[in-house]
Write a protein that binds this ligand. Structure first.
Ligand code: SF4
Ligand code: SF4
Length: 267
């Protein structure tokens, strides 16, 4: 696949976002008084997949181990800057007011960070005129041409992997232990922002956190049944309550009636 791209500076990609951040970026975001959330999903991981399963290896690299009931799982936490409307850094003329310190994902957009997602121009915020053949090459045969963007993508993936233990410690510090089943949605945690900043500042140097016990939040009966059958903890959206979190599902509600006790309460 070949794609040419020339940013038109329209600013559309700087609106209504949940913008993934590194730990350092999220601390800076919070220090400016802007909102940060945690998007959390978990993957059942009953056994280690074979080494040639590259998709599993990618998931493993960016997740930390935990349990749900007696089921081994891996938890993926994405720290995001959350804003509706324009980014708090966006200037009136659509330039970035934090250009020199803008997050890694802003430097990479519209390229993809996930190595298993092909770039789909139709899914990007950029207008049609950004994609004309007259623009400089972005992709050639599916590979990023610009060495700086390629290096930023590598940096982003490596940082994601390097921060896994800090994210595990962050969840423990904040009493976060609920996740959506991967590919079914997210549990979006919005901790008290001062507590989140304090926890983020203290976990930056953490190198290991003990595995903790988690519950899967779901709005689907079939998912709850499947989780129960493997002795995992299923929490129904019909009864689950957490004032600092909400379930963001990809599928319509199919009310879950049978639930397991919550593994721990939020401290
Ligand atoms: S930090 Fe800058 S580039 Fe990133 S979304 Fe905000 S305004 Fe846009
Ligand atoms: S939406 Fe695309 S063209 Fe518009 S500012 Fe963002 S990257 Fe540039």
């Amino acid at each position: 696949m070949d794609i040419n791209f020339n940013c038109t500076m329209c600013g559309k990609c700087c609106h209504n976002l949940r913008l993934p951040l590194t730990v350092s970026e999220s601390i800076a975001w919070l220090r400016r008084g802007d909102k940060v959330q945690l998007f959390v999903e978990a993957i059942p991981w009953p056994e280690e997949p074979p080494p040639d399963n590259l998709v599993a290896a990618h998931k493993r690299r960016r997740s930390f181990p935990a349990t749900s009931g007696s089921l081994p799982i891996r938890v993926v936490v994405v720290i995001v800057a959350a804003f509706d409307g324009p980014c708090p850094n966006l200037l009136d003329d659509m330039r970035c007011g934090a250009y020199e310190s803008r997050p890694l994902v802003c430097r990479i957009y519209p390229a993809e960070i996930n190595p298993f997602i092909s770039m789909d121009v139709g899914q990007k915020a950029c207008p049609p005129e950004a994609w004309t053949d007259a623009g400089p090459p972005l992709l050639r045969e599916g590979k990023i041409v610009d060495s700086q963007i390629a290096a930023l993508i590598t940096e982003s993936r490596n940082t994601d992997a390097a921060e896994v233990e800090a994210k595990s410690a962050l969840c423990q510090a904040l009493g976060i232990n609920s996740a959506a089943l991967s590919n079914e949605g997210f549990v979006v945690h919005t901790p008290d922002q001062a507590s989140l900043q304090k926890a983020l500042e203290s976990v930056r140097l953490v190198t290991a956190a003990a595995p903790s016990s988690w519950g899967f939040v779901s709005n689907r009966q079939a998912t709850a049944n499947a989780l129960h059958s493997v002795d995992a903890v299923a929490l129904s959206t019909s009864t689950w309550e957490d004032k600092a979190a909400e379930f963001l599902g990809f599928f319509p509600d199919d009310v879950v009636v049978k639930t397991s006790p919550s593994p721990e309460t939020r401290s």
